[in-house]
Design a protein around this ligand. Structure first.
Ligand code: CJB
Length: 820
């Protein structure tokens, strides 16, 4: 008890001292944002001791480390999550309260660290949380983008992108580590020098930048472990001297300045889409090279045999974005550490592993040889040699089968194929859900699977319950803990204990009341941010994710248009009020996605303002969907829309966050939905649509004809006509023509209705009817919702990480003890 009070007093003093030191004021004189900074520094003070202790424990144990290389880490806010993970969380919360501060208000001051686009980046963030919580030594390695994912403003129904200047006020939770700076070289040429019968490859005439790491602490749950997210910034190598310059070196100096400035300037806002920009390749090489250089140096501090690197280090490549790891590791081992090819290859192929996150062809990274070899001449040479040897292997395995080489080569048709490089050199290739891995093995990567089946494995994605239940939904967390204890926080399958309450009327009522409270919280947010009144008693039907044609937000909004027509035509029909909630960012250059946002907002305008329907339908587009508002949204959802065209969504992770918060899935048999249904039972979800086999079959046989549906189904026809008759765009009836064309017109798009929206429409509408019927039975609904929560255990990222550790990384847990 005394210790408890002592701790609080010390913490409060630290917060006040910060106010004095940073702002020369007392705590009650400073702004909320400044209060956030003071609290953040006081928390960091606690974290730092654990951080130091953790790194010391790793060194002492000589533990193997995973380097999780990722272009994206969608961290969201750190402070609140850090506090709940610390063992001293209760004392910290009490101290904050005793200081007269409101923790929610303080947390709200922190900008989201939005260094990612969507699922892939958020997965990386969940993995870091799990790695720390499970006591595994890990580094996240990425880029410290000056501008993260853009902020979305909706103006007149259209998306506007505003730069996300998250570092404007500096970041109290990071540490600049200048002592680990290193140089990264671009361009120039490679000179070969023969000394004592050995060739040395020397890069000359290059431009270079200094890579400077910033470390962010990743706090494990109640175990004193603090791992590191190391993100790299670029600074110019030379600051030029105005007295000495001649024209040539002046220009070179300016170019180097510019290179450093631009490299970490901004995150590419594309999700599931590769834009092929030179700057993107620079970003990739920049962070990969810096991360590898420091990983090797760190290893060599305590070891003298570099050949044993794979015993202590593993590099996990998050999609193909960091695949240059393969070439850069070979380069460093051969050119900097003087190993021969075979030795370097042996090390590389035992330390690199690759995760595939998509089969969307437009996401596959293929770099033109010209660009690649100009920017990274030495890496290109190395990849050429890897390719030459790989092609010989293919030929040996399939003599005379030139088709195989054409399909599998790393360099072909003037392009460097990053996935092929990752598979050839990686010792593990994994998909992110069972169905996705099967599609990789038997469709997309069939040839590779046939040649090296032992590399392929599945790791179904997961999410951290600590952020998405414990932090995001305090009411439900407390309720669950009251029923089954708090083991679920680090052992999610324990949540199964609530299953016995699924038929208990009292528990059902409590559960539904919590959902109601969370809906009130979201309704308040919507009122504040959108000015729209929504009724918390209506069904909250939610689709939040990136905007992409394959995710089919269009199917959802077309169905809303259809429902609206139905209500107008049959005002007497039974209908439970429904609030359709959307949240989605579209890539800045993705026209049809942006037009879909406009369509959703236009439909919202018409429907929300039609008094004749008595508020039966409301449509809300939540501006600037991101990690911090996602936490409020998941908690309030009744229905989780997971309606991608089967086979297209590799896994999905939003689906798991909804399930964790007691929403019922309305979805296709795609990605991890399949496994969700396996766990919860089909009777507790609403499944519809073509199967992935059916979709793939159509695709392999020239698609289907959406005109047949247009001509035979008058309901669908009416909805489609409303896209082009000005019903939702009286000022410009042609506005939504491109959407209409994407569904029906093969002249404008190569394939009409590529994503089978019309084909799945009726089945979707029928599933939506089942949702409504099910919701009428409140007890039945409560039971299903509780069964969703009870059966979510599999989808914790703790399970996913344990599987990576067992099958791929082979790490050992390290205990961290604190002296006090
Ligand atoms: N994914 O977020 C992205 N970006 C990409 O470029 C490729 C894939 C997503 O990764 C998630 C994590 O594995 C998956 O759950 C999701 O299905 C996939 O689209």
């Amino acid at each position: 008890m005394e210790k408890h009070e002592e701790f609080k007093a010390e913490f409060k003093k630290r917060v006040k001292d910060q106010a004095k030191m940073l702002y020369r004021k007392s705590l009650d004189e400073i702004s909320d944002r400044h209060k956030f900074v003071c609290v953040a520094y006081a928390v960091k003070d606690i974290v730092i001791d654990q951080w130091i202790a953790t790194q010391k424990a790793y060194d002492e144990k000589d533990a193997k480390i995973v380097y999780y290389l990722s272009m994206e880490f969608l961290m969201g806010r750190a402070l609140g999550n850090m506090i709940i993970n610390l063992s001293s969380r209760d004392e910290i919360k009490e101290a904050i309260e005793e200081l007269g501060l409101d923790l929610n208000v303080i947390e709200d001051q922190e900008p989201d660290a939005a260094l990612g686009n969507g699922g892939l980046g958020r997965l990386a963030a969940c993995f870091l949380d799990s790695l720390s919580t499970l006591n595994y030594p890990a580094y996240g390695c990425g880029i410290r983008y000056k501008y993260g994912m853009f902020q979305q403003k909706i103006e007149n129904g259209y998306q506007k992108e505003i730069p996300e200047d998250w570092l404007r006020h500096a970041n109290p939770l990071e540490i600049k580590r200048e002592e680990y700076a290193c140089e990264v070289k671009f361009g120039g040429y490679v000179r070969v020098e023969n000394r004592d019968g050995r060739n040395y490859f020397i890069q000359e005439g290059y431009q270079s930048v200094n890579a400077i790491p910033y470390d962010m602490p990743i706090v494990g749950y109640g175990n004193n472990v603090v791992n590191t997210l190391r993100i790299w910034d670029a600074e110019p190598v030379v600051h030029f001297n105005l007295d000495e310059f001649d024209k040539g070196s002046y220009m070179a100096a300016v170019e180097q300045e510019n290179l450093a400035k631009t490299i970490t300037e901004v995150l590419y806002p594309n999700d599931n889409h590769y834009a092929g920009k030179e700057l993107r390749l620079k970003q990739q090489y920049f962070f990969v090279s810096a991360s590898l250089q420091t990983a090797i140096k760190k290893y060599l501090k305590n070891h003298d045999d570099i050949r044993k690197l794979p015993e202590k280090v593993v590099f996990q490549m998050n999609d193909t974005h960091p695949t240059l790891t393969v070439a850069e590791l070979m380069r460093l081992l051969m050119d900097e550490y003087n190993l021969e090819w075979d030795e370097a290859w042996d090390i590389t192929t035992h330390s690199c592993a690759y995760t595939n996150h998509t089969i969307m062809s437009e996401a596959l990274e293929k770099w033109p040889i010209e660009l690649f070899s100009r920017l990274l001449p030495r890496c290109y040479q190395i990849i050429e040699e890897i390719n030459r040897r790989f092609c010989i292997e293919i030929e040996n395995k399939y003599p005379g089968n030139h088709d195989k080489v054409a399909k599998m080569a790393i360099i072909y048709d003037g392009q460097v194929k990053m996935a092929h490089l990752a598979i050839c050199a990686g010792f593990s290739v994994n998909g992110v859900a069972k169905l996705h891995t099967e599609i990789l093995k038997h469709q997309e990567l069939k040839d590779f699977y046939e040649m090296m089946p032992e590399k392929f494995n599945n790791k179904t994605n997961g999410i951290t319950q600590r952020r998405f239940l414990l932090h995001a939904n305090p009411l439900l967390s407390e309720w669950v803990t009251g029923k089954v204890g708090d083991d679920w926080i680090t052992d999610l399958p324990k949540i199964k204990g609530i299953e016995v309450y699924a038929d208990d009327k009292k528990a059902q009522a409590e559960f539904m009341n919590i959902k109601y409270q969370n809906k009130v919280r979201l309704a308040k947010y919507i009122k504040e941010h959108n000015g729209i009144d929504v009724d918390p008693r209506s069904i909250f039907d939610v689709q939040v994710k990136r905007l992409h044609e394959y995710k089919r937000q269009l199917l959802n909004i077309l169905h809303v248009m259809y429902l609206y027509n139905q209500i107008k035509e049959h005002p007497e029909m039974e209908f439970h009020p429904r609030t359709f909630i959307f949240g989605a960012k579209a890539a800045a250059g993705y026209k049809i996605a942006k037009l879909t946002i406009k369509l959703i907002n236009s439909v919202a305008d018409v429907i929300n303002n039609d008094e004749s329907i008595n508020g039966k339908i409301k449509v809300v587009f939540i501006e600037n969907y991101r990690v911090s508002n996602a936490e409020i949204i998941f908690a309030a959802a009744d229905v989780s829309e997971q309606i991608s065209t089967a086979s297209k969504e590799a896994s999905g992770t939003g689906n798991m966050k909804f399930m964790l918060n007691g929403a019922l899935t309305l979805g296709t048999m795609d990605g991890a939905n399949v496994e969700i249904v396996d766990e919860v039972g089909e009777e507790n979800a609403f499944i519809f649509g073509l199967s992935s086999d059916e979709v793939i079959n159509y695709e392999n046989n020239g698609g289907y004809n959406p005109m047949d549906i247009f001509n035979s189904d008058m309901d669908i026809r009416k909805v489609l006509m409303q896209l082009i008759n000005g019903f939702y765009s009286p000022d410009d009836p042609e506005r939504f023509r491109p959407i209409y064309n994407s569904l029906l017109n093969t002249q404008e798009t190569d394939v009409a209705d590529r994503y089978f929206i019309l084909k799945d429409f009726k089945s979707y509408a029928a599933a939506q009817k089942r949702v409504e019927e099910a919701y009428r039975n409140q007890e039945g609904w409560a039971k299903s919702a509780m069964l969703n929560v009870a059966n979510v255990g599999k989808f914790t990222s703790d399970r996913t990480i344990e599987e990576y550790v067992q099958d791929i990384w082979h790490l050992e847990k390290v205990k961290v003890k604190m002296d006090v």
